[in-house]
Design a protein around this ligand. Structure first.
Ligand SMILES: Nc1ncnc2c1ncn2[C@@H]1O[C@H](COP(=O)(O)OP(=O)(O)O)[C@@H](O)[C@H]1O
Ligand SMILES: [Mg+2]
Length: 292
């Protein structure tokens, strides 16, 4: 097969891991910087140009869309799909996963547990709204944040309201969440490929930090999931329409609560922690799906 990894950076671990897995399975594979692709849009012969040359004969794309390029990335995926190319990620699923509020709404509607979240457009009522949380503490988040940046813990309602005001003033979209203290600065990342759990790790924030992102210095260990956690993770990926998903959960006293579902989850942390060949599982899925 002729496979393209849509990635801005061929040197990234995730990109390299996918390229090597495809080569091991005897496919022709290349990395395409989707931001430098152009679209010729019409109804009968949709075209994609890369550095001025038309891209042809690609059977499958594996989109690895960076947080800053969601919109252009989804236009590019849509164009590949219009040209009959198989994609491991649909533009619809990418957009739903990238917007934290939309993602939480979809999960909650499907009956999955998420931290209680408050959304407001009006700074006059922030303090009133905050009274909907049982605890004085609250987590404030950027709607489109990643890597733990723009996730802030406020210790009381006054502080929470002023942080929200500051974000709103700078035109950043934020929302608020109940603080799940018993998670103890840890979360669980479940890597799902094609309806199967292919890797699980628990990430523990470094001392004095509540955000368990690897980019914020957290450390990861392998853990076993409970049956409930397994079924929650699989259902979350399924409901969002993601064939490849990184489901992040907090272990709360009420049970697993989903924080977010990543549409281009990184491979480095999960592959090095679990030693599983997850990129290989992704290539296997492409082989199965394109054979159908
Ligand atoms: N409501 C919460 N209660 C406790 N910890 C939280 C909560 N929300 C986020 N965190 C911690 O902060 C980290 C980053 O939050 P997250 O919503 O995943 O944003 P990002 O997309 O930036 O990773 C999480 O991995 C978790 O450790
Ligand atoms: Mg996260």
């Amino acid at each position: 097969m002729n496979i393209a990894v849509l990635s801005r950076n061929p040197a990234l671990y995730s990109t390299q891991s996918l390229v090597q897995a495809a080569r091991r399975k005897h496919h022709y594979v290349r990395v395409i910087d989707y931001v430098n692709c152009d679209i010729v849009l019409d109804s009968d012969s949709p075209k994609i140009l890369y550095n001025g040359y038309q891209l042809e004969n690609i059977d499958a794309v594996i989109p690895r869309i960076g947080a800053g390029y969601t919109s252009y990335g989804s236009a590019m995926i849509r164009q590949f799909m219009a040209a009959g190319v198989y994609s491991t990620l649909s533009p619809h699923a990418l957009n739903a996963a990238r917007n934290k509020i939309e993602c939480l709404q979809i999960l909650a509607s499907a009956g999955l547990m998420v931290p209680r979240s408050l959304i407001s457009n009006n700074s006059l009522f922030f303090e009133d709204l905050l009274s909907n949380l049982d605890d004085e503490r609250a987590v404030i988040k950027l709607v489109n944040g990643t890597h733990g940046l723009g996730v802030v813990l406020a210790h009381d309602r006054k502080q929470a309201a002023s942080i929200m005001e500051a974000f709103s003033k700078s035109k950043s979209k934020v929302f608020v969440q109940e603080f799940i203290e018993e998670a103890g600065g840890a979360d669980v990342r479940v890597f799902v490929v094609d309806g199967n759990i292919e890797g699980v790790m628990k990430r523990q924030a470094k001392e004095g930090e509540f955000r368990s992102n690897m980019h914020r210095g957290a450390s990861a260990t392998v853990i076993k999931l409970t049956d409930e956690e397994k079924s929650v993770a699989l259902k979350a990926a399924d409901i969002l329409g993601l064939k490849i998903a990184g489901v992040d959960m907090l272990q709360s006293k009420k049970g697993p609560m989903i924080l977010e579902v990543n549409a281009s989850p990184g491979l480095e942390g999960i592959e090095t922690t679990t030693r599983n060949d997850i990129a290989g599982k992704i290539i296997d899925m492409i082989e199965r799906d394109t054979r159908k």
